[in-house]
Design a protein around this ligand. Sequence first.
Ligand code: ATP
Length: 234
Amino acid sequence: MALLETSGLTAHYGDFQALFGVDIRLEQGETVAIIGANGAGKTTLMRSLSGVLQNAPDMIRLDGTAIGGLSAEDVMPLGLAMVPEGRRLFPSLSVEENLLIGTYGRKVDGHWTLETIYDLFPILRERRNSPGTALSGGQQQMVAIGRALMSNPKVLLCDEISLGLAPVVIKDIYAAVPKIQESGASLIVVEQDIGQAMKVADRVYCMMEGRVTLEGTPDTLSRDDIHNAYFGVS
Ligand code: ATP
């Protein structure tokens, strides 16, 4: 049984259908990347998994439990945490206050505490009392990742964590991923940067127009496969 699994997942915004029967799975300990062009449905998939959008209960299973109908508030205590696109920090709160918000609702002991988050991103220890607004984009992203980890999730969902950041900053942030993997969390990473996705992932899904168009491991997928799945040309 997969740790997290969707079957025939659909999603709608009013009359507009954004996902059409998406089947993905995440095994314990795995990192899966979701790639695809703008509007492919990647964020909608993340919103569905994290309970921001509700679906039929059986369309999403975590550890075998049907969670598709649950809200974000109910999904989080079961072990799913999301780093949302755009970071969404509380600007007037300090780094430390933003991190502590991540413990709300899930009080499980695990690897992640303020201290281990500060070990992961030492700059946040230095800036622990700074308000969210005083941080660079990369530092804000580190807080968003730290906040999600503070709930000691089984599954960490990361939506475009490199968006809008300079290459050197992206490198710093991705340097933390192996340590997150070692902590026992399994990851789903949405990435527009295909090279980055290939480096970090055990397995990759490509989406186009609300459907999965390709699945494989980084070493078995050719550039042509990905190009075709991404842009729909053959
Ligand atoms: P991006 O990389 O631009 O974030 P994406 O792959 O994450 O793209 P989604 O944001 O999931 O794609 O969007 C999938 C489709 O759903 C798009 O056609 C988009 O216009 C539409 N969509 C997304 N959010 C909404 C919304 N709140 N209301 C209506 N349509 C939406």
